[in-house]
Write a protein that binds this ligand. Sequence first.
Ligand code: IVH
Length: 692
Amino acid sequence: MVDTEVNRRVEELHTLINRYNYEYHALDAPSVSDAEYDELMNELRRLETEHPELITPDSPTQRVGTIPSSGFNTVRHEIPMLSLGNVYNEQELRDWAERVYRLAGRRDIEFVTEPKIDGSAVSILYRHGRYERGATRGDGTTGEDITANIRTVRNVPLRLRDGDGREIPDVLEARGEIYMRKADFEKLNEQRGDAGEPLFANPRNSAAGSLRQLDPAITSSRPLRFFAWDIGLVEGESEPTHSGNLAMLRSFGISTAPGATTHQSIDDVWAECQRWLERRPELEFEIDGVVIKVNDVELQAELGTVAHDPRWATAYKFPAIQKTTKLIGIEINVGRTGSLNPTAILEPVEIGGVVIRRSTLHNEDEIRRLGVLIGDTVVVERAGEVIPKIIAVIESRRTGDEKPFVMPDVCPVCGSKAERLDDEAMRYCINASCPARLKEQVRHFVSRGAMDIDGFGSRISEDFVDLGLIHSFADIFRLDWERIRELEGFGDKRIEKLQQSIEEGKTRPLSRLLTALGIRHVGERNAVLLATEFHTMDRLAEATTEEIEAIPGFGEIVALAVADFFHEQTNLDLIRELASLGVNMEEPTERRRPRSDAFSGKTVVLTGRLEHLTRDQAQEMLRNAGATVTGSVSQKTDFVIVGEDAGSKATRAQELGITILNEDALLQLLRAEIDDGVTLPETQVEDDAADS
Ligand code: IVH
């Protein structure tokens, strides 16, 4: 770059960064993602390193925070509130540690690691054990006086407890993070969506926004929490180590960073960073990294600070999981049940090494809740390997050209009416033989969890429906092979294999056929329960709603759905046809008691957070039931049990077509093991997720 060009770019970066700073800190309404912001800051830092003469006192790199808005009084931090430098990988972490070792002149240094919770930094001052003042970090030197607001945060003690005989210092400043738990954040956003209020992009913005309300009553209504990550000003005794100070704060009743641990080597520190990264999806709060600190307070002082960052601490930053992009359009796909599923078409954006082009929008209520318009700039999140989703809309980036999306009231595939049933959020195409539905139904019928017809993939399902070779499930068993032979890519060998797979498909147990038929609320689990109870299709078809409802774990909704299915003449005709084509209609005797040996000899993987069981309990029960519990999903895996915030393992299971069970289903199947002495927590299993 020529010098004048560099000058111009530096000016431009100042303007941009200042604007984003103001939006982020003063308005709590950022219009760019953190990653984009970081990129601009890094670019400016780089240019300033290359051209130090361009550094001005008002450069954003020379000031950490932002202008306190005029609504609150300002507060001076007697000891500046520092920021943190970042490391992004193992090598950078080791380089940081090497500098610490070098400056300290020794290598026997103890480190403390703490999660870096994504919240808002505050200072809380106690005088003679009483809460006196709360302040935001601001620019590190001056912040805003938010005493009234912090007072509303439930886990901030207003009076300190006697600390295990320790004397409470005359003045004690706790520094830490105000944050919101993920579940609380989601609930809050749901309420805001219902009230037509703009959604918060993430728990951090939500915490920061709640904290900076002029009306403390509003702050009080928000589920904020605090944890301390350091002490500031102390008049009185403090401890010689950081971990000692955290323990001291805890003894006074102040929450401290959860999961802080000490380490003797940087190998250990790195291993801990990786553990946090792995645990990230299961945590109750959002973290964006791990903070690493030198434990010895005296050594901290010796190491000192550069600009605003201490040399004795750094943050290992996780790869970004949220980015902003544009919503180009909304596409409607018709599902197996006829549901109209809106999919967001996004301007491609890379998150964690994967280019995201589409994301699900679930249903029209979700579109309304997000308040998203076509052309909007949106925040997209991809947590771990989880399917990406739109988290929020950045309204400040609207140009006026955005268009609202109207959910069609006709099916985009067959043109039939698309209706919302009762109080369901989904809209359904009412045409039972809609080609889009049929394709999805066939795809499901032949899939691994259903009739398991090998070689009959999505592509064949689609093409055969399009070509008019399949109009109903029965057609799968009486295909016109002469016509198929004429199709491109269908040689003798492939046809022979396919025919063989279809023949094998006919022999599947009744439970598989029930799953395959796509009866509402009947997924694999309920299908097994029905087949076990009634043994044959005929007996099931004759069963009354009451008889079905009597199956443990079945509710009225499921029972009615099953009975309704068998009351429909077209369904009975289909079953008769299938039977005449040689499709098995019975559950084999040895499989009639699968509830008691569902897991025997099976390989099972657990992923995500379970509600009623701990990981260890679940593992033990599964092992008692004869299962082998392993850590990674492969072709050999029979079941993947998914809890809350399940990550890559669930996605992998889906890709491999492995049976996925939720906790309820797991408990239901394990319940049958009670005879073998396994005790289970009480749960009521109502519905099957299969068709919702
Ligand atoms: S220590 C000198 N510890 O991260 C030490 N900060 O990027 C200064 N944060 O401003 C901070 N968790 O708001 C520290 N366990 C933790 C933290 C933490 C979150 C935030 C804090 C800080 C920012 C720096």
